[in-house]
Design a protein around this ligand. Structure first.
Ligand SMILES: Cc1cc2nc3c(=O)[nH]c(=O)nc-3n(C[C@H](O)[C@H](O)[C@H](O)COP(=O)(O)OP(=O)(O)OC[C@H]3O[C@@H](n4cnc5c(N)ncnc54)[C@H](O)[C@@H]3O)c2cc1C
Length: 388
């Protein structure tokens, strides 16, 4: 060790990175003296907010939480406000439009038809009774019985679908920025130090030395345990003198932000274009932006790797085939911007390889996020949530 550390400089735990998973872990774990080291100027990892055009605190990406009740409960118990996404997220299969809830309309049509049939059959039954036509009475009785059974079925079907609505995908009511703000507040209330603009270059862990050594460009820190996530980018991680390579499959994705006029009546919560070659996802983030937007909508497009449009109208032209926007002349693009992100997805085999490494578990912890926040929460806290 180049520098002798006094007792007061030694941390129980140091967290490298500040994604929600790491912030939760820092909040939940025991240990008195804890610190978060983050290379970026802000906390939040992939869930941080950005400034865009003249707007502050804009949701950085087309985010989505998966539908796990246990995770929702866990987040709410930790003071994170959630609400059902309205309208619910849709998966659009190119080139045909498939809307999950459109079948509800078919149920109402079927119910109206059956009710009319019941009315007709009741009238005919009444006439048959008045005219005392025995054969007709039993025939219309049977028909009425069948119709009332089918109407019961339709009502149950509709009820099931309406109940489904209550189980719809939840999201942070004020966007991911609110999640990060709430977590940061709790972190500060627990006196966990947050050290921004600190890129960790090297972590050295040795079974013969009690402390873990963490080096940034300017500083050196010591702790009893270091906690990292799969989002870690590091020059050197040395375990018992051996350099360990963390899985590093960075995937680059571009997001386009388009501020539009003329789409007030269209509210899109989250659209997933399953087979589209150019656009991957679209979210309406008007409400997930704490900056002032009046009379406009802020749409966020996640693009496929190969698609680099020159202007926003190219994207609208692409999604025109889904009939989401009838007339391109109805919309006016106010501003647009394009931002690239790198994010990591780790394959199962890579994780298994990592687990095989002889790591001193008292000194080192790798949080498995596998590129998904919901799955990460489930794994980390063993939340038994039934997927609805
Ligand atoms: C644009 C985008 C959209 C996404 N959308 C979704 C979504 O909708 N739903 C979902 O579940 N997941 C989504 N993800 C996946 C996301 O990666 C995970 O949800 C989760 O944030 C992973 O957490 P992590 O800690 O592994 O990585 P990250 O969130 O990337 O956090 C890693 C953190 O560590 C910091 N860091 C890295 N190396 C160092 C270093 N050497 N020194 C100091 N700090 C360091 C980084 O700056 C960052 O803050 C998205 C990711 C991106 C990039």
């Amino acid at each position: 060790m180049e520098k002798k550390s006094s007792e007061k400089d030694i941390y129980d735990q140091i967290y490298i990175g500040s994604s929600p998973c790491l912030l939760f872990e820092a909040l939940q774990s025991s240990g008195k003296k804890k610190m978060i080291l983050e290379q970026a100027p802000q906390v939040g990892g992939a869930w941080h907010n950005i400034s865009l055009f003249k707007l502050q605190n804009v949701e950085a990406a087309c985010h989505l939480l998966e539908n796990y009740k246990g995770v929702y409960n866990f987040l709410q118990k930790n003071g994170i406000e959630l609400e059902a996404q309205e309208p619910p997220p849709l998966k659009l299969h190119s080139p045909w439009l498939q809307i999950k809830y459109s079948s509800l309309l078919n149920d109402f049509i079927a119910m109206t038809k059956t009710l009319l049939a019941i009315l007709k059959q009741s009238l005919l039954l009444l006439i048959s009774v008045i005219l005392f036509k025995k054969e007709n009475i039993s025939a219309y009785k049977d028909k009425l019985h069948n119709s009332s059974r089918s109407i019961k079925k339709i009502i149950l079907n509709i009820k099931g679908k309406i109940e489904l609505k209550d189980k719809r995908i939840q999201y942070f009511s004020k966007g991911s920025g609110h999640l990060i703000e709430s977590l940061l507040k709790s972190v500060k209330a627990k006196n966990i130090e947050v050290n921004l603009n600190q890129q960790v270059d090297e972590v050295i862990i040795s079974s013969s030395v009690d402390l873990v050594e963490i080096k940034t460009k300017r500083n050196q820190f010591y702790c009893k345990k270091v906690i990292v996530s799969e989002g870690l980018n590091i020059n050197s991680l040395i375990l018992n003198g051996r350099k360990v390579n963390l899985p590093n499959q960075a995937k680059s994705i571009s997001h386009c932000y388009v501020l539009v006029d003329g789409l007030e009546s269209k509210k899109i919560s989250y659209l997933h274009f399953v087979n589209d070659k150019k656009v991957h996802r679209v979210t309406d983030i008007t409400e997930y932006c704490q900056g002032e937007i009046s009379h406009y909508r802020l749409l966020l497009f996640e693009l496929r790797k190969s698609f680099r449009p020159d202007n926003a109208m190219e994207i609208f032209n692409e999604i025109k085939k889904y009939k989401l926007i009838k007339n391109l002349s109805d919309i006016k693009v106010i501003s647009w911007d394009m931002i690239d992100y790198d994010y990591k997805t780790v394959s199962h085999s890579e994780l298994e390889n990592l687990k095989l490494l002889k790591v001193d578990r008292d000194k080192f912890c790798l949080l498995s996020t596998r590129g998904d926040l919901t799955r990460a929460f489930k794994r980390i806290y063993n939340i038994k949530g039934a997927q609805s």
